[in-house]
Design a protein around this ligand. Structure first.
Ligand SMILES: Nc1ncnc2c1ncn2[C@@H]1O[C@H](COP(=O)(O)OP(=O)(O)O)[C@@H](O)[C@H]1O
Ligand SMILES: [Mg+2]
Length: 300
């Protein structure tokens, strides 16, 4: 079977994707699969460069990658591809819609406001939510333009900055607690990773600098683990996830809050998902094979 590793892309996360792609290329079992590197420089490249493969292993991030558009292209081409389908990918790219669905399903997530213009900042509601809050682009990623705001006077500047990256901005109650991420594979939580950034939060520098963050596969205490697992599986079900996702959470006083879902988590050697797989006794090549075979089995 000829597997195309789809990497690069046109989003701001192109470099991260190229790194992930390099690692995926190096780790695919060449005795089982014929591997082809496919670097995407423009959207049309998908139609031309990914034509004569049997399976598309997507390692793109951000827009036209993680947002369901490239998945739709593969659907149109009748080309099997890895991971979640277009609908789930699109929804998870939109933090506001994701949280609305989670909340309606009774899954705990911090209070928030969604703002569509500078005039749309509702300070009364913000007072009710209470400071500090986190301001971030609604469809962001990699913590770009994400800031903790401690007082009313600083809201405007933070929202203005986030608007440079998105047409919609989220203002969310800041949850001071322990950050974790749950690796979900075929509907099961295979591991929980504790994230301890050497910064106020898991910002861009902490994410992509060596030693910027301490990340460790951990065993949660039994009752908390049960809660976290139930929530992660709840997210999986409500958002109709397929194959694999990562669920970001913050645990405060034993109560987990879901931050967001990542439908195409990073795949560099230091990325969280491969680390989580390793913690569950699964090598990188085994993880790639499992994702591929599970993606081929899934009903689209
Ligand atoms: N409500 C919040 N409370 C505390 N920290 C937050 C909150 N929202 C975001 N953060 C911090 O910002 C980081 C990035 O936010 P996240 O919602 O995961 O967006 P993305 O990873 O897509 O940029 C999180 O990993 C966390 O460290
Ligand atoms: Mg995140």
């Amino acid at each position: 079977m000829k597997v195309g590793v789809i990497m690069g892309g046109v989003s701001s996360e192109r470099e991260v994707s190229l790194n992930s792609g390099k690692e995926v290329l190096a780790n695919f079992d060449r005795n089982k699969y014929e591997i082809q590197e496919i670097i995407i420089d423009s959207k049309q490249d998908v139609f031309t460069k990914a034509r004569d493969i049997d399976f598309a292993f997507i390692v793109l991030h951000g827009k036209f990658g993680e947002d369901g558009t490239v998945q739709s292209v593969f659907e149109t081409m009748d080309m099997p591809y890895s991971g979640c389908g277009p609908l789930t990918s699109g929804i998870c790219m939109d933090k506001d819609i994701t949280k609305r669905l989670l909340r309606s399903a009774g899954i705990n997530t911090a209070d928030w406001l969604s703002v569509k213009s500078m005039d749309g900042i509702d300070y009364e509601s913000l007072d009710k939510i209470g400071y500090p809050v986190v301001v971030k682009p609604n469809s962001g990623g990699s913590s770009v333009a994400t800031n903790i705001v401690k007082k009313k006077e600083d809201i405007e500047a933070a929202v203005e900055l986030a608007f440079e990256y998105d047409k919609e901005v989220m203002i969310e109650k800041y949850i001071k607690g322990d950050e974790i991420t749950c690796c979900m594979l075929e509907g099961k939580m295979i591991s929980v990773i504790s994230i301890k950034p050497n910064a106020e939060f898991f910002d861009y520098t902490a994410k992509y600098t060596d030693g910027g963050t301490e990340e460790m596969v951990i065993e949660l205490e039994e009752s908390l683990n049960r809660k976290v697992e139930e929530m992660a599986r709840g997210c999986w079900d409500v958002l109709k996830c397929q194959v694999y996702v990562r669920v970001d959470m913050i645990v405060k006083d034993g109560v987990p809050y879901v931050l967001e879902l990542n439908t195409l988590p990073g795949m560099t050697r230091n990325s969280l998902f491969p680390k989580g797989a390793r913690g569950a006794g699964m090598s990188f090549p085994e993880l790639l094979e499992t994702i591929t075979e599970a993606s081929l089995k899934v009903k689209r």
